[in-house]
Design a protein around this ligand. Sequence first.
Ligand code: G6P
Length: 358
Amino acid sequence: DANDIEKGVYPHFMLKEIDEQPFVIRRIIQEYEKDGKLQIDQEIVDTVKESDRIYIIAAGTSYNAGLIGKQLLEKIGNKPVEVHIASEFVYNTPIVSKKPLFLFVSQSGETADCRAVLVKIKKLGYKSLTLTNVEGSTLSREADYTLLLHAGPEIAVASTKAYTANIAVLTILSALIGDNMNHEELHHELSIVATVIESICDEKELFDEIAGKYLKDTRNCFYIGRHIDYYVALEAALKLKEISYIQTEGFAAGELKHGTIALIEKGTPVIAVISQDEINLNTRSNVKEVKSRGGNTVVISQKSISQKTDQVIIDDVHPTLTPLVTIVPTQLIAYYAALHRDLDIDKPRNLAKSVTVE
Ligand code: G6P
């Protein structure tokens, strides 16, 4: 029961849940390991394999995790994927493929916007799979299949460990439906991720300092990234705006010059996420453009492509799994920004942990 969960030594659930992420990744490995191999119920794997296209349906942070899920399922699993905001899908239903599989991503398993889509697609006779943290939740009961996150109860309204847990489970599913990542690799790469998250969580002073310096008094903030980092930027921006009330947007770095750069003033914080070699220099030139207009820039990068002046340098992980680690500094930056602004971190105004109305 959620009321029995204690904060322990932590001042807030959010910080506790951020810190739990390495443990959650390791628990997912344990829970999905059978006979020395990471496995998922064969019927689920076959259903996903037999589908010709996956439709991910989700809201909020789970939607942002779904955007990363698309990258994984396509790059590692070789399966075409569309990601839809649940509340839009109901009205704006796209032309659906011949053999679709609907994948509902929902921490609580109770989001009404998702349920409305589930009801609709069931009437159409389509198959469904729910990825959720809550066994026996509505979306879990009503879908054909369920995969559990095993993240433990998430109490803070701002979702953190469910995001990384979603991506970790989707990594396992992707590896099992495709043949681009074998068992040993999968196990090894997820273990590296857990270790790297741990070392990021050991550097809290750094994120406290960045938040204090750039986010304490600002009105707005931007996250930028290209490629998979763009999707991380979207979640990073959501996290920061949810709990700090700073107007924050995530942008594709290449789009900056097509409009958003007009908003950059002296002191505007712009945080860039750079994890991929192929976009490294392009995103860096966007950072330069911001800097020359007076913006305060922060770069979060992977070690192998880092530069000395980058404020946050993260040890390398598998190139498609970088969101699992690059998101963590942004969660901590959001946390400390809200702390510096003296806000109610675990219960931000106007937000609910799970939204059961459409
Ligand atoms: C609410 C929460 C968000 C969450 C979203 C989807 O808006 O405040 O943190 O991401 O619902 O919730 P779900 O339980 O479906 O993942």
